[in-house]
Ligand binder design. Structure first.
Ligand code: GLN
Length: 307
C-alpha cells in the first residue's frame, strides 16, 4: 500500500473510533440554530502538499464554521492594513473564554488577540471601515471560494439571525471597545457583519481545501505571502483554541482554529491542511472529538511540529 493508502487507512480507523466514542461533548446551545444540530456527526478531511484530499465520515455535509472564519478575516485584514492592524489588537493568548469581557476593561479596550471574540470584532471592524457590510461579506466569500477552489460556499442567514437575536455579549464587547475608540463603525454594524461571517457554511472537505494556503501549498503565496502565513500559524498555535490553546498544542502539536459549530482547521506546515467536524464541544468550547481525532492523526503520522 502506498503512502496515501496508509493515510486513508488511518483516517478510516479514526472515523470508526469516533463513531464509538462515549463522550461526545455538548453541542453549543447559546446560538439557538446551532442547538438543533445532532452530536452524532463526524467528518475529517486531509489535503496533502502533493494535492491529494482524503476524507472519512460526512465530509460533504455543510456545517457552521463560526470562529474558524476568524483565520480568513485575519488574512484579509493583514492584506488590507498590514502591520497597522496590531495597533488595535494584540498577539498574546488570553487564557480566558472566547467571549470573556473582563480583560478588555483592564487592558483599555485592546483585545489580547485576533481570535477571541473581541479581537475578531476589531478585525472585522477594520475590514469594514469605509465599506458596506455586504461588500465585506462578498470579499470573505470570494476569499473562501478561491482558497477552497469551490464556489459552492454560502452564508446561512437563519444562523446569522439567530446569533443576532441573542448576541448580547458580542454587542457588549463592541460597545466597550467603541468607548475606548477601538471600534470605528457603529457596534451593531460591526457585530452584524461578524455574525454573518461566522454563519458561513462549509463542508469539512471545503474547509481543508480552503486551509491549503496555510500549509504553504505550491502557488498559495498568491493569496497570502509566506511571511504572513507563518505569523497566522503562530497565532493559531498560541491563541486558536482560547483557554484550551495550551492543551491543544500539548495534545495535537499543530496550529489550529476551532469554532463553536464543532469545526477545527489545523495545519501541518509543508505537509497538510486538516479539517474536522464534530459538533459536541468540551468545556473550552472546542470540538471534543475533533480534538481527539486530530490528536490521533498526528500521533499516527508524526506530523506534530514538535517532532
Ligand atoms: N459566532 C460565535 C460567537 O461570537 C463564534 C464563537 C466561536 O466559534 N468560538 O459567539
Amino acid at each position: 500500500m502506498g503512502a496515501l493508502g496508509d493515510l486513508q487507512a488511518v483516517l478510516d480507523r479514526i472515523g470508526a473510533e469516533m463513531a464509538e466514542a462515549p463522550d461526545r461533548g455538548r453541542v453549543a446551545d447559546y446560538i439557538p440554530e446551532l442547538a438543533r444540530v445532532s452530536d452524532r456527526h463526524f467528518a475529517m478531511a486531509v489535503c496533502t502538499a502533493d494535492g491529494a484530499c482524503l476524507t472519512t465520515g460526512e465530509a460533504d455535509t455543510a456545517f457552521s464554521i463560526q470562529s474558524v472564519s476568524k483565520v480568513f478575516t485575519l488574512a484579509i485584514a493583514l492584506g488590507r492594513l498590514g502591520d497597522q492592524l496590531w495597533t488595535r489588537v494584540g498577539r498574546e493568548p488570553s487564557g480566558l473564554a472566547f467571549n470573556s469581557v473582563v480583560q478588555l476593561e483592564s487592558e483599555n479596550g485592546i483585545p489580547r488577540n485576533p481570535f477571541i471574540n473581541a479581537g475578531a470584532l476589531v478585525v472585522t471592524d477594520a475590514i469594514l471601515q469605509g465599506r458596506r457590510p455586504r461588500d465585506v461579506l462578498g470579499e470573505v466569500l470570494r476569499f473562501l471560494r478561491e482558497a477552497a477552489g469551490d464556489d459552492d460556499i454560502h452564508i446561512n442567514k437563519a444562523v446569522a439571525a439567530s446569533e443576532q437575536a441573542t448576541g448580547h455579549r458580542n454587542l457588549a464587547l463592541a460597545h466597550f471597545m467603541a468607548a475606548h475608540d477601538n471600534l470605528k463603525n457603529p457596534p451593531d454594524l460591526t457585530c452584524g457583519t461578524y455574525f454573518h461571517q461566522c454563519a458561513v457554511e462549509m463542508t469539512t472537505r471545503q474547509l481543508a481545501m480552503a486551509g491549503r494556503f496555510l500549509m504553504g501549498a505550491p502557488g498559495a503565496a498568491r493569496l497570502v505571502s509566506p511571511a504572513r502565513v507563518r505569523r497566522i500559524n503562530a497565532l493559531m498555535m498560541t491563541c486558536g483554541h482560547y483557554d484550551g490553546s495550551g492543551e491543544f498544542a500539548y495534545r495535537v502539536g499543530l496550529p489550529g482554529k476551532s469554532g463553536v459549530g464543532g469545526g477545527i482547521l489545523a495545519i501541518a506546515p509543508g505537509r497538510a491542511s486538516i479539517a474536522v467536524w464534530s459538533p459536541g464541544l468540551n468545556a473550552q468550547g472546542n470540538s471534543q472529538l475533533g480534538t481527539l481525532a486530530i490528536e490521533r492523526l498526528t500521533r499516527a503520522t508524526g506530523w506534530s511540529v514538535f517532532g
